[in-house]
Design a protein around this ligand. Sequence first.
Ligand SMILES: *Cc1c(COP(=O)(O)O)cnc(C)c1O
Length: 463
Amino acid sequence: MKPLTDTIANVNIEDLCRMDLGSLWHPFTQTMEWERDRPLFIERAEGNYLIDMEGKRYIDGVSSLWANVHGHGRQEINESIIRQLGRVSHTTMLGLSHPSAAVLAERLVSITPKGLDRVFYSESGSTAVEIALKIAYQYWRNMGADSNAKKSFLCLREGYHGDTLGAVSVGGIDLFHAIYKPLLFRPYISPSPHCYRCELDLEPDSCGMACSDRVEEILENHHEDIAAMIMEPLVQGAGGIRVAPKGYLARARELCRRYDVLFITDEVATGFGRTGTLFACEHEGVSPDIMTVGKGITGGYLPLAATLTTEKIFNAFRGEYGDFKTFFHGHTYTGNPLGCAAALASLDIFKNDEVIGHLPPKIEAFQKGLERLAAHPNVGDVRQAGLMMGIELVEDKTTKNPFPLEKRMGHRISMACRKYGAIIRPLGDVLVLMPPLSIRHDEIRTLLAAVESSIIELTEKTF
Ligand SMILES: *Cc1c(COP(=O)(O)O)cnc(C)c1O
């Protein structure tokens, strides 16, 4: 066999810039800014560090978009993928099965909240959400619901569930979602459970969690029209790392049970340890009817996602072929064997390294660091659920007035962090920190110091 050439090894940075700027279109990226900032190429990664073409190392402060869990280049995950490569890279789940998919399904059932007993695979968080919505909708058809009944969804303002049109329909971030409105189905929308900027203009000490009363009002008035409620449990991620008040999740779950509406929790961001427990639902002892997972499921190595349901929902899709209760849905790369192999290795690491048990001191170290940053005159709020953290920048701390849009404060501070050896990506003017669970204490210090230096540099204010 002739040795193959390594195409990547011989291109230099100038050529790469030309190719990128000339041929690529980057997601969630304004091209004008991209061109101005100049592309940064990550050539390698090691542990919790990304390494650029010049060998400069950066802490992966947002886990390569909230996906990486145990650090980069973990031998166990690499070897599991390589073993699977030696067997088969891809086959189909349509009419066939493969060992890694079956073993992983049983393990996912065993580690997710009680009652979730079936696993439907896909390859991104968005597709997992599409599947959840379609299952919920068809569940009621298969159960014999009137064609006018149980056809809508209830979701939350500032919620985020992905970028495909079904997921966008139940999304509540105007900046991303408003332009597509004419293409979307219309859900019922309840206020974002968020105390720093309460939509209802109430105070957490005295409101009695009025935002959850709105969920109840909507369910009381419209439950016959609503197939399911969907929400991100505990933390609205892309909405700005908004941590919900304690008890909100459990109350939403209970209300859905009472009004016979399916409860979907989207754990694509919060799953696999990110909030300090394996799944965010565990914080409030909640078992949903349907749950979506993605991002961290493979340790952040390969695209894989899953939608889990109860046996009751699964059974509603049983019948003779001619009953047309089949769930006619499935992507080409559904349950890809390489992804499943990576996921199995990642779950082994969780167990063998007692990953969850080692989180509390790291969470506490970040908490102390955030408390310190909160004293800065332009930090309006700091929010944390485990290793999901948001630092909201404001121009005026008292009025909570944001910086003018054109200052691009969040963006510029995040770019400045690179100088100090950290890669982060903000959500507007909310700086996001979401490092791999494997981050070490010295790396936590470096990351927090990079953020602090960048805030001081760009605001020109010390504290
Ligand atoms: C990222 C995210 C998604 C979408 O996942 P993709 O893999 O990007 O399609 C869905 N839901 C939540 C809560 C997310 O954070």
